[in-house]
Design a protein around this ligand. Structure first.
Ligand code: IMP
Ligand code: MG
Length: 372
């Protein structure tokens, strides 16, 4: 779940599908427990916002009932208006029946007031109200609300049926209004020898970004014996891969340590899809996102030549043997290339020709950076 943009506004993840499912299940349970045995209630959903909630609620209720809908409107953009109109009513005879209103959200209570007005003269046995979300800080009425799924703060939300100017109802989770992302966060990507490190050094100064290289972060944490460093070392000493979670936590700590940053260049991270998802979720909570993955594209043959050349002076044993070098490409292609698809699906993949002088390549990358 990353941040989403609807028209001119940004929304960040707030309540995930799992939590929604739990809330709905609990609500249905409470409603059912309060009904006298044999009582067949009429659920009345308040459209449009309630359509997903009502459908899920009814399935969880799992008992005999009737279902109807009314359509009211009181919202304009992201602020509640005083005027509530009934657009579509119900035709059933409700005399002596138990009516249970299903609302997606109760905000000022204007809509709720209207509902009470509509049902007052229908000779019901009883009227009850179940709402998925409730904003206690803005509720202005003295009206009973029998069942509340979750109290939320007074911020505009979308998703799971709720909309902003008609948009956003289709998202299965709930998103909260957020500020426009301020950071420029880039994942620098490319096979071994493509020149990521070299380019990152130039780009971080040009754009005033913090360069986070996983390798450096690892070495720093291990050298300084931080808690995470010791943990990582334990895995490495036993010849095991450091689990994603440890790596991710190190990266998070690094981001948190640079609160004033304009953004980050991530180099050597994420390496797996689960790392990419964790990074997305972490940034999304801050109302930020990965703006793009910029990948240096260099053919393997050129890279082999480059690395063998580097091996003559670097002293890195993995740079001197063509077989070992090809092996690293294999690793890269099989494990990491999946990230290309991951970012491509979000229209965030930018391939850059990585063959040329250092300066030429910096220029090509900055052309992409400028658009992000
Ligand atoms: P109220 O009349 O102010 O209580 O608002 C109730 C109606 O406004 C709901 O049924 C929604 O359609 C809409 N609404 C209130 N708060 C939100 C929100 O945060 N997001 C989307 N719609 C909302
Ligand atoms: Mg509504």
């Amino acid at each position: 779940m990353g941040i989403i943009k609807l028209q001119n506004l940004y929304f960040k993840p707030y309540i995930n599908e799992e939590e929604i499912a739990k809330i709905v299940k609990q609500l249905a349970k409470e409603v059912k427990a309060d009904l006298p045995k044999g009582e067949i209630p009429i659920f009345v959903g308040i459209l449009n916002g309630c359509f997903l909630f009502a459908a899920d609620f009814i399935r969880e209720f799992n008992g005999n009932c009737e279902i109807s809908f009314v359509k009211l409107a009181s919202y304009n953009g992201t602020t509640s208006t005083e005027k509530v109109k009934q657009l579509v009513g119900i035709n059933e005879d409700l005399t002596g029946r138990t009516v249970i209103i299903l609302e997606d959200i109760i905000d000022t209570g204007n809509t709720l007031q209207e509902i009470y007005n509509i049902f007052r003269d229908k000779n019901l046995k009883q009227l009850k109200v179940a709402t998925l979300f409730f904003k206690p800080d803005v509720f202005k009425k003295e009206l009973p609300i029998d069942y509340i799924g979750k109290n939320i703060e007074d911020k505009f939300i979308v998703g799971y049926g709720l909309d902003y100017n008609g948009l956003g109802r289709n998202y299965p989770a709930i998103y909260q209004l957020s500020t426009k992302p301020k950071m420029k966060n880039i994942v620098l990507f490319g096979p071994p020898g493509a020149g990521k490190g070299t380019q990152a050094e130039f780009l971080k100064d040009m754009y005033n970004l913090v360069h986070i290289s996983t390798g450096d972060v690892f070495r720093f944490n291990i050298k300084n014996q931080t808690e995470l460093g010791l943990l990582a070392k334990k895995y490495m000493d036993e010849g095991n891969l450091v689990p994603d979670e440890v790596t991710i936590n190190m990266l998070k700590a690094e981001v948190e340590n640079n609160t004033d940053a304009n953004g980050f260049i991530f180099d050597g991270f994420p390496r797996t899809q689960s790392q990419a998802e964790a990074l997305d979720a972490f940034l999304a909570k801050k109302g930020e996102q990965i703006n793009g993955m910029v990948a240096l594209e260099v053919s393997e043959d050129i890279l082999v030549t480059r690395l063998l050349e580097r091996g003559k002076t670097s002293g890195r044993p993995d740079d001197t043997d063509e077989g070992k070098i090809r092996n690293r490409f294999n690793e890269y292609n099989t494990k990491t290339a999946i990230l290309k698809d991951y970012f491509d699906e979000q229209n965030k993949y930018y391939g850059v020709n990585g063959v040329g002088s250092i300066k030429e390549i910096t220029q090509r990358i900055s052309q992409v950076f400028n658009t992000l």
